[in-house]
Design a protein around this ligand. Structure first.
Ligand code: F6R
Length: 637
C-alpha cells in the first residue's frame, strides 16, 4: 500500500543544512500531537476496509497523541476496527496485570476507549520463561510480517537515545529480542516503579531493523530534557551508541517536537549560522552571550574580529561595525538585571532596575507547586523580600503527599503512638503501620495520604518560622487535580482555578512569583503554571491587576538561559547557607528523595550548585564575582 503522509519530506533548505532528519516544530505537545493524530486518522480513513498496522510506543511522549485519538474516536467517529497494533516493547518479568506494565499503560490510555478488536492488539509478553523468549521474539517478527509490516510507527526517545528499548550499542540489524536496560533508562523509570531497586533490569523490544522497516515513522519528543538527544539524533553522525541516529537512514521519518525539545538545533540555538537574522534585542543578547562563551572572553573584551570569525558579521553590520557599541549595550542590559532588591529599591531611581520602587512595601504572592519549591528555587529572594519588609504570602499549590515515603510515615506513627491514648486512633494508626511495613498500603488510601500531606505541611511551617514568616501568610491550597494518590494526576478543573482566583483576590498582589520550570518529572509544575495563567486571564480586568507583575522562577531541574534572565538576585555566602537551612526543613525530601527526576543530587545541593553556576556565568561575562545568583524572567499577561 502506498502511504500518503501529511508531512512530506521537504528539500533541504539553508536553515536545515545541519539536519539529517525531517522535523516539524510545534509550540506545544498538544498541537504537535493533534497534527500526528490527524495524519493517523487520515491514514485509517483512506484505507477504507483494508487493514492498517500501527506500531505503538508507551511513556509520557505519546500520551497526548492517544488522548487525541480517543477524542477523534468519540467525537468524530474514527473507527479502529481495521487497525492492527504492535507495541514496541514491554518490561521483562512483569505480569500484564501489573499497573506498571506497558500492557496496562496501553489499555489505560488507548485500547479501553476505542473500538479496536482486542485480538488485533499485540504487545510483547513480559511474563514468559526465559527459554521461550527467543521463539516468542521470532514469532513477533513473523506476525508483523504476516500483516504486511508496519504502516505507521510512533516512537519516543530516551535520554540514552534509545528508540524502543534499543539501548546504546544496539546493532542496526537487530530484531525483536530481550535486552538489558541502560542504567539511565532505569533511573528515568524509577519514579514509575516507586524506586530504582524496583525497576526491571530487562525488557523485550522490537529491534532497530524492525523499526526501520516501518513505512512511515514519527518520533515524538517534548520538553527541554529531550533537547540534547534530539539535536544529536538530527545533526550528528550515525553511531550505534546513539541508536536514534539510525533513523537518518529512513526515507519517511519525521521528528515531531515542541519548541523546548528543538532548542538545541542549530537553526534555533545559533540561527545566525544558518540564515539572515532579524536582529531583535533578544536575539542580539543570545548571540553575544554565545560569542562570549565560545571565545572564552568577557563581553567587554570581545573584538570585531571575534564577531566576524564566529559568523556574527551581520550583527556587527547593524551596529555600523562597532564591537565596542554592541559590547557596551549588552553589558548594560545584563547589568540592569542584577539587583539585591527583588521587591524594588524604595526611594530610588528605578528606570534601570528590574522592579519598581513603588509601592515601597509590596504584597508578594509566591506560588509553590510542591511544598518546597519556594525555598529550593527562590529561597534567597524569598528571605530578602521578608527582610525588606514586604508582605510576603506563600501558596503551596499541591499537598505533595505522594512524595513522602512509607518509612517516613512509620516514624511519625511511632512518635504518635508513644503519647496518644485514644483507643480508636491508636488502632487506626497501628493498622496503617502494619500496611505500610508490609508495603501493602493502597496508595489511594486516604488516611495514609493525609498523614503524608500533614508531614509536608509541618515542614513548610517549620521553614516559614525559620524565615520569620507568619503562619497566617502560608496558604495550603491542596488543589484537587493532584489528589489521586498516584503519579498520574487528574486534569485540572474549574475548582482548581477558582481556588487560585480566590486567593489572588484576597491578597491583591503587586508581585506574583510562579514556577516557570516545566521540566519536573510528573508535569505538576506545568499544570500548576497553567492554572495560574488561566486564573490571571479571569482576573485581567480587576483594577489591582494593572499593578501586578508576574515573575517566573525555575525549579530544581533547570535554570533560565542568561539572555532570558530579567532579574538576577545575588546571594552572599551567608544567604546561601540560610537558603540551605530552609530547604533542609523539608526532611521528608532529604536523603531518599522519591521522585528525583534525572538528577540524583539532593535538592539543597542541586539548588546551590545551580545558583553558583549562574553566578559563575555572570562572572565569566565580566560581572562581579557573587557567591550565587537566583534568576527570574518576567511574564507579561
Ligand atoms: C516506550 C519506548 C521508549 C520511550 C522512551 C521515551 O515504548 O519504547 O523508547 O519512548 O523511553 O519515554 P518518555 O516518552 O516517557 O520520555
Amino acid at each position: 500500500m502506498i502511504i500518503k503522509t501529511a508531512f512530506q519530506v521537504p528539500g533541504r533548505t539553508e536553515q536545515s543544512r545541519y539536519e539529517k532528519i525531517h522535523n516539524k516544530v510545534f509550540n506545544t505537545a498538544e498541537t504537535g500531537s493533534k497534527a500526528v493524530a490527524k495524519e493517523i486518522a487520515e491514514l485509517i480513513r483512506a484505507s477504507k476496509n483494508n487493514k492498517i498496522v500501527l506500531g505503538l510506543a508507551t511513556g509520557s511522549s505519546p500520551i497526548s497523541l492517544y488522548k487525541e485519538l480517543v477524542r477523534l474516536h468519540k467525537d468524530e467517529s474514527l473507527s479502529f476496527k481495521n487497525v492492527i497494533t504492535f507495541n514496541l516493547d514491554e518490561y521483562y518479568n512483569i505480569k500484564k496485570e501489573n499497573s506498571q506494565s506497558y500492557h496496562s499503560f496501553m489499555h489505560q490510555y488507548l485500547f479501553d476507549h476505542i473500538d479496536i478488536d482486542k485480538k488485533n492488539i499485540f504487545i510483547p509478553n513480559g511474563d514468559i520463561d526465559e527459554k521461550n523468549v527467543e521463539n516468542f521474539c521470532l514469532d513477533y517478527e513473523k506476525k508483523i510480517q504476516s500483516y504486511g509490516g508496519i504502516d505507521f510507527q510512533i516512537l519516543g526517545i530516551g535520554r540514552t537515545s534509545h528508540i524502543g528499548f534499543n539501548e546504546p550499542g544496539s546493532h542496526e540489524n537487530s530484531a525483536t529480542r530481550l535486552i538489558s536496560l541502560d542504567p539511565i533508562t532505569r533511573e528515568d523509570a524509577a519514579s514509575d516503579f516507586g524506586g530504582l531497586g524496583l525497576v526491571p533490569n530487562k525488557a523485550i523490544t522490537m529491534g532497530i531493523s524492525t523499526i526501520m522497516q516501518a513505512k512511515r515513522i514519527v518520533l515524538l519528543a517534548w520538553g527541554h530534557k529531550k533537547s540534547k538527544v534530539i539535536q544529536h539524533s538530527i545533526e550528528q553522525e550515525i553511531e550505534s551508541n546513539y541508536p536514534a541516529t539510525f533513523l537518518q537512514n529512513h526515507k519517511n521519518c519525521t521528528f515531531v517536537i515542541d519548541a523546548e525539545a528543538s532548542a538545541e538545533l542549530t537553526k534555533f540555538k545559533t540561527p545566525w549560522l544558518v540564515k539572515d537574522c532579524d536582529w531583535t534585542d533578544s536575539l542580539k543578547k543570545k548571540a553575544i552571550t554565545w560569542l562570549s562563551k565560545k571565545v572564552s572572553k568577557p563581553i567587554l573584551k570581545l573584538t570585531t574580529r571575534d564577531y566576524n570569525e564566529m559568523g556574527l558579521s551581520s550583527l556587527l553590520a547593524i551596529s555600523e561595525g562597532s564591537a565596542y557599541d554592541l559590547n557596551i549595550w549588552m553589558f548594560n542590559q545584563l547589568q540592569h538585571t542584577i539587583t539585591g532588591w527583588p521587591g524594588g529599591k524604595p526611594n530610588s531611581d528605578d528606570s534601570k532596575r528590574p522592579e519598581r520602587a513603588k509601592p515601597s512595601k509590596k504584597r508578594v504572592l509566591i506560588f509553590s507547586p510542591h511544598p518546597d519549591d519556594d525555598v529550593i528555587s527562590m529561597g534567597g529572594t524569598f528571605a530578602r523580600l521578608i527582610e525588606q519588609n514586604h508582605e510576603v504570602h506563600v501558596a503551596y499549590q499541591t499537598s505533595g503527599n505522594i512524595a513522602v515515603s512509607d518509612d517516613e510515615v512509620i516514624k511519625y506513627i511511632e512518635v504518635s503512638e508513644s503519647f496518644i491514648t485514644n483507643k480508636e486512633i491508636l488502632e487506626n494508626l497501628s493498622s496503617l503501620r502494619t500496611n505500610l511495613s508490609k508495603s501493602s498500603l493502597d496508595h489511594s488510601e486516604k488516611y495514609g495520604l493525609d498523614i503524608k500531606g500533614a508531614i509536608r505541611k509541618s515542614e513548610c511551617l517549620a521553614a516559614g518560622r525559620f524565615l520569620k514568616l507568619s503562619e497566617n501568610n502560608l496558604h495550603f491550597m491542596n488543589l484537587p487535580f493532584y489528589e489521586t494518590g498516584k503519579i498520574i494526576k487528574n486534569e485540572p478543573t474549574k475548582v482548581d482555578i477558582d481556588h487560585t482566583v480566590k486567593l489572588i483576590k484576597e491578597v491583591k498582589p503587586h508581585q506574583i512569583f510562579a514556577a516557570g520550570d516545566l521540566a519536573d518529572p510528573h508535569g505538576t509544575h506545568r499544570i500548576c503554571l497553567d492554572i495560574i495563567f488561566n486564573s490571571l486571564k479571569t482576573l485581567k480586568t480587576e483594577s489591582y491587576m494593572k499593578d501586578c507583575w508576574v515573575w517566573l522562577y525555575r525549579g530544581a531541574w533547570q535554570e533560565w538561559n542568561i539572555e532570558d534572565i530579567e532579574m538576577a538576585v545575588p546571594l552572599s555566602p551567608g544567604q546561601v547557607l540560610q537558603k540551605r537551612n530552609a530547604i533542609l526543613f523539608h526532611q521528608s525530601q532529604k536523603d531518599k528523595v522519591m521522585f528525583q527526576g534525572e538528577d540524583n543530587r539532593e535538592f539543597w545541593l542541586r539548588a546551590e550548585e545551580r545558583n553558583q553556576k549562574t553566578a559563575k556565568s555572570f562572572n565569566k561575562l565580566g560581572f562581579a564575582e557573587y557567591q550565587a545568583i537566583e534568576a527570574f524572567k518576567r511574564y507579561h499577561f
